[in-house]
Structure formats: structure tokens, C-alpha cells
Design a protein. Structure first.
Length: 72
């Protein structure tokens, strides 16, 4: 976008419904905490399994949020 590399963050539930979409310039722990924290607060539920591309920043964000969900 405008000559900058951007990364999409999408949250999708088990039924395929898109919960949230966010586009950010970074893929670090701070960037991962923003959408995950927002979704956890909004839903009030703790996920049992989270499917990602296994980027290391996700694991760091999970620890900060205290999530024990299975990471696939």
C-alpha cells in the first residue's frame, strides 16, 4: 500500500465467519497483541485452538495474554 509492505491480520471462527481484519506494517509481538487482545475482550471467550502461520511473535503474544490454547 503506497509503496510500503503491509501485512493483513484476519481472525476467522470455526464456521468461517470473519471476525476482524487489520492491516499493519509490522509482524512483531506488539502488532500481534493488538488484534488478539481486542478479540479476546470483545468475545469474552478463551479459544481452545488457534491456527496461524507459526510466526514466533504469536507465541510471545500468547504468553503475554496468558493463553494456553493449542497452536497449530
Amino acid at each position: 500500500m503506497n509503496g510500503k509492505r503491509m501485512y493483513p491480520w484476519r481472525a476467522i471462527d470455526q464456521d468461517g465467519k470473519i471476525l476482524d481484519v487489520l492491516v499493519q506494517a509490522k509482524r512483531d509481538k506488539k502488532a500481534a497483541l493488538k488484534p488478539m487482545g481486542k478479540l479476546l475482550k470483545r468475545s469474552g471467550l478463551v479459544p481452545r485452538t488457534i491456527v496461524t502461520d507459526k510466526l514466533r511473535s504469536y507465541a510471545a503474544a500468547f504468553q503475554d495474554l496468558g493463553l494456553t490454547a493449542r497452536h497449530r
